[in-house]
Design a protein around this ligand. Structure first.
Ligand code: HSE
Length: 432
């Protein structure tokens, strides 16, 4: 290594699964990372909650429990935040920025709630705020949106951005197992947390959807703008019906421009045709499918979580911001000039599958069809399976607004001949 290289000192907040791998790679690959950065990268301090935890492979003299001493250390140039959570991460990052340090973070929840404050502070201080690891782990998707596709018009993003739910839905599809049983396996394998709410109810994916939508559509989007539904209501029967229609159920983060140039951003389960590129994304893998006016369709695929994969994205950002610091430059700022409106979910247009149980007698189908017609929801297909005196009806609609569909379901639920409305799932990726 060229000893004439300037030195850039790095402080890190957190040394968990991701931080441990970042520290390992910064040490093992120091020569190459430094050569690529144009500066000697030296990890000098790591803030942790408990210094007594054994962290093999990391020099113990680097640890401190005083996180303020990292963000206020005048010698530190770059702060890596991998502690997660909103506080104290927000306050520490703002302090680091105010002290002129560039920041690399993997904190999707923080960016999706307080992104505007952080971007504004970085802009004011003239430093970089990079966060590739916050969405879809190792997959380069934010840099492509911020830089590679900045000359194009992105029209739609559909992503499998939560590995835990994709693992569960894959097992339900391929092994015909029930949601609860596969969730327990995901927990045993370490994919799902002891409290799996953030993953299975779509909060994690909603934070990622907000970040993707903001970058793609040059508008501030927060997690609160994202309509969110999880997968805990998906049953083996839903999966079997999807299968019989040559579809698969996936939890998708969707951000798209409407014909009125507004943003629809949402996370919910979706029936996807098996020939859609996202349908083949199995297990805990992530993928983001992007449609842009000139580029057409693009797909980014890879590991969305895990220590080394996420560390790869963090280190890519560290090298980028180090290059900027040695060259006296900064990367792209937040781009929110378009300031597009977010469409309320009630006005969102999609196709739907409705599964309901009805009495199997004359006039029932006509009455059901009338309920759809009354709410202006056009039916594409109906499939009936007899079950003694009852029948299961599977109705697929043409595009309808969420509000019209909700009114239809309400109407159906009140009909004597309808025993139950068992599921309502959106259908994406197939002809209207
Ligand atoms: N819990 C997330 C997942 C990984 O299952 O994909 C971190 O965002």
């Amino acid at each position: 290594m060229n000893s004439a290289l300037p030195v850039l000192k790095i402080g890190m907040l957190g040394a968990g699964v991701v931080g441990g791998q970042v520290a390992r790679l910064l040490s093992e690959d120091q020569r190459e990372l430094s050569t690529r950065s144009g500066a000697r990268l030296v990890l000098t301090k790591i803030a942790v909650r408990d210094i007594s935890v054994a962290r093999p492979g990391i020099d113990p003299s680097l640890f401190t429990t005083d996180a303020d001493s990292v963000v206020n250390d005048p010698e530190i140039d770059i702060v890596i935040e991998v502690m997660g959570g909103i506080e104290p991460a927000r306050t520490l990052i703002l302090a680091a920025i105010a002290n002129g340090k560039s920041v690399v973070t993997a904190n999707k929840a923080l960016l999706a709630t307080h992104g505007a404050d952080l971007y504004g502070a970085a802009d004011k201080a003239g430093v970089d705020l990079y966060y590739e690891a916050a969405v879809a782990g190792a997959i380069p998707i934010l840099r492509p949106l911020r830089e590679s596709l900045v000359g194009d018009h992105v029209t739609r993003i559909m992503g499998i951005v939560n590995g835990t739910t994709n693992f569960i839905l894959t097992k339900m599809d391929e092994e015909g197992r029930a949601f609860g049983e596969v969730l327990a396996e995901a927990q045993a394998l370490g994919y799902a947390e002891a409290d799996p709410t953030a993953d299975i109810e779509g909060f994690d994916a909603a934070a990622k959807a907000a970040i993707l939508a903001g970058l793609a559509f040059h508008t501030r989007v927060t997690a609160a703008d994202v309509h969110r539904e999880g997968i805990s209501q998906i049953t083996s029967a839903d999966v079997a019906v999807a299968k019989s229609m040559n579809h698969v159920i996936k939890l998708l983060a969707i951000a798209e421009l409407t014909p009125a140039d507004q943003i629809s951003v949402r996370v919910h389960p979706v029936l996807l045709p098996r020939n859609h590129p996202l349908a083949s994304v199995r297990d805990a893998f992530n993928a983001v499918f992007v449609e842009a006016e000139s580029a057409g369709e693009l797909m980014f695929y890879g590991r969305g979580a895990g220590g080394a994969p996420t560390a790869s994205a963090v280190l890519g950002d560290v090298v980028a911001v180090a290059r900027h610091r040695t060259g006296g430059a900064v990367g792209p700022r937040e781009s929110d000039y378009a300031d597009r409106a977010i469409v309320p979910i009630g006005q969102t247009n999609t196709k739907y599958l409705i599964r309901l149980n009805v009495a199997d007698k004359s006039g029932v189908l006509a009455a059901i069809a009338q309920a759809f017609a009354t709410e202006n929801v056009s039916i594409q297909t109906v499939r009936q399976t007899g079950r003694g005196s009852d029948a299961e009806l599977i109705v697929v609609t043409h595009n309808a607004t969420e509000a019209a569909l909700a009114a239809t379901v309400n109407r159906l639920s009140q009909m004597d001949m309808v025993t139950s409305v068992d599921s309502v799932i959106r259908v994406e990726g197939s002809p209207q």
